[in-house]
Design a protein around this ligand. Structure first.
Ligand code: HEC
Length: 173
């Protein structure tokens, strides 16, 4: 028999898992990137340079010491290249972070961040384009990992499970 505390813990873990991995995210719409469509990618590169490069770097290199919060409690902008962790996240999660901002995605209005929410600034198509450009720059290994997180490689459920666990570890730290 499960006692009350165990039931509570199980429900909590289930909600966290659902929050992180629900494929349709917080808005119920699943968006997919188009990293192999070079017209989309080229448009995305222009948007990247005008909207994102000031923080995430002209070569997607991010800001110095991006893992350490500054004196005011803000994280610097992480890289979007292979050294960062953008490629750990599924297409739809990247879309939602960009459109709604991190605080909305983790459902914590008190979370402070310098990452803007682009809803009302960029259209959905423009957000898809800029993220498709970012994805297009990743080496084969990161592309394959991220495809797996997206669930597009049905043969690798074991690997995906491991990656999901490490993602939970990281996000809950
Ligand atoms: C004013 C600075 C700034 C600008 C401009 C900016 N970002 Fe960010 N971005 C951040 C910061 C800081 C974070 C780290 C989030 C946090 O504070 O927890 C971040 C995080 C992200 C993440 C999550 C990465 C991860 O690995 O978890 C994505 C995706 C992202 N930004 C995309 C974009 C895109 C796309 C643009 C341009 C359309 C953009 N950002 C413009 C500062 C910025």
């Amino acid at each position: 028999m499960m006692n009350k505390r165990n039931v509570f813990a199980a429900v909590l873990m289930l909600s966290v898992a659902t929050l992180l991995f629900a494929s349709d995210g917080t808005d119920g719409v699943r968006m997919s990137l188009r990293a192999d469509d070079l017209v989309v990618v080229q448009a995305g590169e222009k948007i990247y340079q005008s909207q994102c490069a000031s923080c995430h770097g002209v070569s997607l290199e991010g800001q110095a010491d991006w893992r350490t919060r500054d004196a005011q409690g803000y994280l610097p902008a992480p890289p979007h290249d292979a050294t960062g962790h953008t490629w750990h996240h599924a297409d739809d999660l990247l879309f939602e972070i960009t459109k709604y901002g991190p605080a909305a995605v983790i459902n914590d209005a008190s979370y402070i961040t310098r990452m803007p929410a682009y809803q009302g600034i960029l259209s959905d198509d423009e957000i898809i384009a800029v993220l498709s450009f970012i994805k297009n720059t990743w080496p084969e290994e990161q592309r394959a990992w991220q495809d797996d997180v997206n669930g597009t490689d049905p043969t690798d459920s074991q690997g995906r499970h491991k990656k999901r666990s490490s993602l939970i570890d990281r996000l809950l730290k």
